[in-house]
Design a protein around this ligand. Structure first.
Ligand SMILES: *[C@@H]1O[C@H](CO)[C@@H](O)[C@H](O)[C@H]1NC(C)=O
Ligand SMILES: *[C@@H]1O[C@H](CO)[C@@H](O)[C@H](O)[C@H]1NC(C)=O
Ligand SMILES: *[C@@H]1O[C@H](CO)[C@@H](O)[C@H](O)[C@H]1NC(C)=O
Ligand SMILES: *[C@@H]1O[C@H](CO)[C@@H](O)[C@H](O)[C@H]1NC(C)=O
Ligand SMILES: *[C@@H]1O[C@H](CO)[C@@H](O)[C@H](O)[C@H]1NC(C)=O
Ligand SMILES: *[C@@H]1O[C@H](CO)[C@@H](O)[C@H](O)[C@H]1NC(C)=O
Ligand SMILES: *[C@@H]1O[C@H](CO)[C@@H](O)[C@H](O)[C@H]1NC(C)=O
Ligand SMILES: *[C@@H]1O[C@H](CO)[C@@H](O)[C@H](O)[C@H]1NC(C)=O
Length: 381
């Protein structure tokens, strides 16, 4: 089977003269597969965390990114507006706003700003706390991100919904999570849309890591609730493939004016770290506000676009939304259809047409710890 990444390698990297002409789109997103949840967090021991012995299975359009997602922001970045919408059907239905943030007038409906400004530990890195109005300092209560909210290189915050999680627990709806954190639900569902208005001005203050590499991305919301940057690969479900999607990301200092989109699941690749990059990239405007949208469609099409104009109305018609999406078929990437059967209780793997084996081997070996350590240092996650 030819993997999507192989196909991509054969494509020239298509630069767009205008960000509004670029479309980073994956079709056929979602597959039958599995990952391992964190079963317990043993922060003070050398074990750090135990992964569940029972695989968590998933299937269907956009899976596993149909699960709850958290939304992540790295500087240099300021956020003017953010919204989440749901729709029953991409082609005919309207999109209804479920969450909205507006920096200019302080509106913050159904959003919670968190950041990793809490207790540090060898196993888990820094804990999530509420973010203060600057986005990156700790606050004791949920606080709305302020109107002047430029964060610097390597600074980050996250957005969850304002629906609180029940207690930590494998069979509870947020799974096992780190004790003491403000734990909230992410944004669930096969079909969902995220809209952003933001700036990514050129960096001025030098830092060693992620200098001038702003990004907006999504993680399976379980990942930050256990540990986003952990030296032990067993402290989140990331390594076994519960999912990450990078929408607008500067990858390195050389191409600091290009924003890339990358899928990090095991659909068509065994290398979760590298993932599958989309063919095109967007221009990062250093001096202007940018608009961006990410749609996870009912049919398993994820579209990333940066239109010249966009509306954050409480309700948006499908035709309005569709008019923001360029019809640039050359940039569409169709992911391979993959079935990865979970290992059975007897320990036998029933994999078929899979590259997951690389990932599995890593899950059970120090290689993942090394890999994750490297990722933590370079903040690849
Ligand atoms: C808040 O967000 C969550 C997650 O998207 C959603 O399930 C819920 O319906 C939203 N609440 C309201 C009042 O829209
Ligand atoms: C804030 O601005 C948005 C967008 O213009 C508007 O929909 C909303 O009603 C405003 N909220 C307040 C409290 O002024
Ligand atoms: C967190 O703790 C680890 C281990 O003690 C240490 O290596 C790391 O530098 C600390 N991080 C911060 C941000 O203090
Ligand atoms: C942006 O910042 C980079 C890194 O500091 C610098 O090399 C580059 O010249 C700057 N570009 C502009 C257009 O200011
Ligand atoms: C754009 O921003 C850079 C710094 O990021 C600044 O040096 C330059 O003067 C600005 N250009 C314009 C036209 O405003
Ligand atoms: C992760 O857990 C597996 C068993 O589930 C164990 O073999 C491995 O050593 C653990 N890795 C780390 C880095 O703790
Ligand atoms: C920067 O990132 C892009 C996109 O991943 C890649 O094509 C390019 O080779 C990278 N450049 C360097 C110098 O690492
Ligand atoms: C994953 O891909 C990256 C980038 O190509 C490479 O450096 C790394 O060695 C690969 N990892 C594995 C486990 O193949």
């Amino acid at each position: 089977m030819v993997s999507a990444s192989t196909l991509l390698a054969a494509l020239p990297l298509l630069a767009a003269a205008n960000a509004a002409d670029t479309l980073n789109q994956f079709k056929n997103l979602g597959f039958q597969g599995y990952y391992f949840d964190v079963a317990s967090i043993e922060d003070s021991s050398s074990t750090c965390c135990l992964l569940s012995k029972t695989p968590t299975t998933f299937s269907g359009s956009n899976s596993p990114l149909d699960e709850e997602l958290s939304v992540h922001f790295r500087g240099p970045l300021s956020l003017s507006q953010f919204a989440v919408y749901y729709s029953s059907d991409l082609k005919n239905g309207n999109w209804n706003q479920a969450s909205y943030y507006n920096a200019a007038n302080g509106t913050a409906n159904n959003v919670t700003f968190l950041t990793t400004a809490g207790a540090n530990s060898t196993c888990l890195g820094k804990a999530l706390t509420y973010a203060d109005s600057d986005g990156v300092s700790a606050a004791s209560l949920a606080t709305v991100l302020g109107s002047k909210n430029l964060i610097d290189s390597n600074q980050e915050y996250l957005i969850f919904s304002s629906q609180k999680c029940p207690d930590s627990g494998a069979s509870n709806s947020c799974g096992v999570y780190r004790s003491g954190i403000p734990a909230y639900h992410g944004f669930p569902g096969t079909t969902k849309m995220f809209l952003f208005e933001f700036t990514m001005p050129n960096a001025t203050t030098w830092v060693e890591w992620n200098y001038n590499m702003p990004a907006i991305w999504f993680l399976n919301a379980k990942i930050p609730r256990t540990s986003q940057y952990n030296p032990s690969g067993n402290c989140s479900c990331w390594g076994s493939g519960c999912g990450e999607f990078d929408a607008f990301e500067v990858m390195n200092g050389t191409q600091y004016r290009n924003l890339f989109s990358t899928l990090h699941t095991y659909q068509g690749t065994g290398n979760i770290t590298y993932g599958i990059p989309a063919a095109g990239y967007f221009d990062r405007k250093l001096n202007d506000t940018m608009l961006g949208g990410v749609i996870f469609g009912t049919d398993g099409t994820v579209s990333v676009f940066m239109p010249e104009q966009m509306s954050f109305s409480p309700s948006l018609s499908a035709s309005t939304v569709n008019s923001w999406i360029p019809t640039n078929a050359e940039l569409v990437e169709t992911l391979s259809s993959v079935t990865i059967l979970a290992p059975t209780a007897s320990g036998q793997s029933g994999s078929s047409s899979t590259k997951k084996s690389d990932g599995l081997a890593l899950t059970a070996s120090p290689a993942l710890a090394m890999l994750t350590m490297v990722m933590a240092f370079f903040n690849i996650l």
